[in-house]
Design a protein around this ligand. Sequence first.
Ligand SMILES: Nc1ncnc2c1ncn2[C@@H]1O[C@H](COP(=O)(O)OP(=O)(O)O)[C@@H](O)[C@H]1O
Ligand SMILES: [Mg+2]
Length: 234
Amino acid sequence: MALSTQAVAVLEFGIDLDNLREINMSAKVFAIANQKGGTGKTTLTMNFAAGLAKRGRTLVVDTDPQGSALQWAGLAPDERPFPVSVITLAGNVAREIKRFREDYQYLVIDCPPTVAGDASQLAMSAADCVLIPVLPSPVDLWASIKLANAVEQAKMLNPALKAHLVINQLEVRNALSRAMKDALAEFDIPTLESCICRRAIYRTSAIEGNSVFGMGKRGAAAAEEIESIINEVI
Ligand SMILES: Nc1ncnc2c1ncn2[C@@H]1O[C@H](COP(=O)(O)OP(=O)(O)O)[C@@H](O)[C@H]1O
Ligand SMILES: [Mg+2]
């Protein structure tokens, strides 16, 4: 039986090429930001990270002083830990995450609900991509205008930064309203095709310290929409 080059490498040198590739790669960094609270930053962070973890080593970086991501993971029972490690970072996030870049394929930074001169700005200056969860109402979107300015500023320091709005809590049976579509069209930041619907499973899984990927059939529809977001941005 002919062995693949990879199998030979593993047998002869004890090297796992896939692992090696991961180690040599610098992590792709995602910042999840919105200066408004309650738009779904932590929900997106945790589920997005759990989905990414199926593709490569992933770390969640909690920069919100409220520590919700850390608390979320802390709710998991010992026999079934949250599938991704969560660390908290304060201070200069851009500098501090450098040490994790070599060891992970994906870093997901949960930002606090503020913008100017703080963790969100620093996270965006170090990120490859910022995802901005917004609620499906024009009023909520307009409240994110300040964030759009902050994204522009971050792009001056970090021209490769990609930014996307992600609609969260869309009513499962309702299409996006005309007013919302118009408001989105006026916004400079493009919106992802994939939306997150309003589903009880997002809350239930959080209470159990789990992600929608760990909820079996009940989480399947939600897992599918998170997977679809991952496919759009990866
Ligand atoms: N798609 C969703 N469906 C149902 N509940 C959601 C959804 N997204 C967020 N939530 C709930 O809304 C609340 C705020 O979400 P959270 O992720 O904590 O927002 P943020 O981190 O931006 O403050 C939480 O109770 C969360 O469980
Ligand atoms: Mg939060």
